[in-house]
Design a protein around this ligand. Structure first.
Ligand SMILES: [Cu+2]
Length: 136
């Protein structure tokens, strides 16, 4: 019985947190002069028992933000939008150069080292999560 109570207690916070991702290491590279686009990276972990679907990204630092990944077709490496991005229960997706990234089109101003900014993840449930990035 005591064990059962403990299990129930442990489940409660998890339910309340449903659909939040554990996000760490948010970073972006400082803009190269003359470029209008940027990319941001972070590690996303889904600690929930259900898959999480990111359907869109919004940002106040750029006109458009999308989840992208690199794909190789023949000898050519290109980027494609991933929408929705589905993260399975327990899955960790490490965004990194050459892999998944948050693509920022038409930055309002160049990304400068040591500055920080945020993006908002929109889930298919209608919930949102704000995540932070530091420019390196
Ligand atoms: Cu891209």
């Amino acid at each position: 019985m005591r064990k059962m109570m403990l299990v129930l207690l442990c489940l409660l916070p998890a339910t309340a947190m449903a659909e939040s991702l554990n996000v760490s290491d948010g970073w972006a590279r400082a803009s190269i002069p003359g470029t209008e686009n940027g990319a941001a990276y972070a590690t996303l972990e889904n600690p929930n028992s259900d898959a999480v679907k990111i359907t869109s990204i919004s940002s106040d630092i750029s006109d458009v933000a999308e989840v992208h990944r690199h794909v190789v077709s023949g000898d050519v490496m290109k980027m494609e939008a991933v929408s929705p991005l589905v993260i399975a229960p327990g899955e960790i997706i490490k965004f990194q150069p050459g892999g998944h990234h948050f693509m920022l089109f038409d930055l309002n101003s160049p990304l400068k080292a040591d500055e920080s900014f945020s993006l908002i993840l929109h889930f298919d449930s209608g919930k949102q999560q704000k995540i932070q990035f530091t420019v390196q």
